[in-house]
Design a protein around this ligand. Structure first.
Ligand SMILES: Cc1cc2nc3c(=O)[nH]c(=O)nc-3n(C[C@H](O)[C@H](O)[C@H](O)COP(=O)(O)OP(=O)(O)OC[C@H]3O[C@@H](n4cnc5c(N)ncnc54)[C@H](O)[C@@H]3O)c2cc1C
Length: 366
């Protein structure tokens, strides 16, 4: 090991959030600093594989990965961070964890079980729910709702799927061409899409089985899935030293080096940041790699002026539509069918992501 790295080993780096960005950052710096990863769950999950796991629970065995499998040389604290001071982080369990450098990567507030086994069981239960239903309601026409509708329509073509979306078009986070193409695809698979309508969330219960939309349309569904997105995981930051670093959407304002503006030793990466680009996992991974590079530099006494700059990316998104098709928006064109499907829909980048985390892309050693 180089002398500089031995020096950096003494630096205490705390990473809050073990999602796409935080996990990759912790993995990247585990042999360069004394790293602590704080996350309420014991595992990292590849979010874009979750909808396939609902129709094929064994898929989650590769996409739900214990933190310990890729983060072999650091401390894992299974808890939620509830406060930050200038020098330490407080967890919900009352532990105070001192830091020299801090990374906030709390993405989106998402309530999932603590252990990998419980998460795998949850997928089995969701599969049972889908399998035993004749009719299914999906609320929300963003990427999650559209991908779930696609998975169910392809794997369970006999189920009556209704997708209710309050917006005027599906996939509003990307362009109208992608919306039109995905709407057409879903209709071709007999998914009933109701745009500009809402379902009263108080009426959402799998017991009632009958639903009425805001336009007065009544339909039946044996079960429902809420795919309406989750707020940023930053509510807890409002009482911390970073309270003035949040924008009006609850996002942490960062500079071009991904440090929280005005802070020397605190970085933020992933969906929690105010970077002007769409919130995507492949971008969160890029943030992690830029921040890791900058942290390495600072921890070894490098000059701030030498820090890497993160350039926001233009819109590029692929939304899978079942196992073979996808709709993709690239900077110059939007396409649908098996060509974008070949890029994403078969493995959903699970092998690629596992490899990036230093794991075998195919084999899971439990
Ligand atoms: C269903 C779905 C499909 C998607 N599909 C794609 C896709 O195809 N391609 C793509 O690029 N992106 C996709 N995305 C978006 C992508 O998943 C996000 O952009 C990415 O997860 C952001 O990473 P992150 O690390 O910032 O946040 P997250 O992955 O949300 O991770 C946040 C982590 O912080 C933890 N946390 C939260 N609060 C606290 C706290 N107070 N203390 C400690 N830990 C905390 C959480 O437990 C979680 O582990 C998809 C998202 C979803 C939900």
């Amino acid at each position: 090991m180089e002398g500089q790295d031995i020096e950096a080993q003494r630096r205490r780096l705390v990473v809050i959030g073990g999602g796409v960005a935080g996990s990759l950052l912790a993995k990247s710096l585990q042999f360069h600093a004394d790293v602590t990863l704080i996350d309420p769950k014991e595992y990292f999950e590849i979010p874009w594989a979750s909808l396939r796991a609902m129709v094929e629970p064994s898929f989650a065995e590769r996409s739900v990965i214990n933190h310990r499998d890729y983060f072999t040389n650091g401390r894992i604290v299974t808890s939620t961070a509830i406060d930050i001071t200038e020098t330490q982080v407080l967890t919900a369990q009352g532990r105070l964890i001192p830091y020299d450098f801090l990374v906030v990567a709390t993405g989106h507030a998402n309530y999932v079980p603590k252990s990998r086994t419980e998460r795998l069981d949850q997928y089995k239960a969701e599969y049972q729910k889908i399998n035993s239903a004749r009719s299914i309601l999906i609320v929300g026409g963003g990427p999650t709702g559209v991908e779930l509708a696609g998975e169910i329509a392809v794997d369970f073509p006999d189920k009556a799927v209704t997708l209710v979306h309050n917006g005027s078009r599906l996939l509003e986070f990307i362009g109208p061409k992608a919306s039109e193409k995905s709407l057409h695809w879903l209709k071709s698979k007999k998914v009933e899409v109701k745009l500009e309508q809402r379902v009263d969330s108080n009426s959402l219960s799998d017991e009632s089985k009958t639903y009425q939309t805001s336009a007065g349309e009544i339909f039946r569904a044996d079960c429902h899935f809420l795919c309406t997105g989750t707020p940023p995981g930053s509510a807890w930051l409002k009482e911390t030293v970073l309270k003035n670093n949040l924008d009006k959407y609850g996002r942490l304002m960062v500079d071009e080096n991904l440090r929280v503006k005005g802070r020397k030793n605190i970085f933020a990466i992933g969906d929690i940041t105010d970077i002007r680009e769409i919130k995507q996992g492949h971008l969160a991974q890029k943030h992690a790699l830029v921040a890791a590079k900058n942290l390495k530099l600072l921890m070894t006494g490098g000059k701030e002026s030498k820090m890497a700059i993160y350039e926001p990316r233009s819109v590029k998104a692929i939304v899978s539509l079942g196992r073979q098709d996808a709709v993709a928006q690239f900077p110059l064109t939007t396409i649908i069918g098996i060509v974008p499907g070949m890029i994403k829909s078969r493995d959903l980048f699970v092998g690629k992501t596992r490899k990036q985390m230093g794991l075998d892309p195919h084999v899971v050693h439990n």
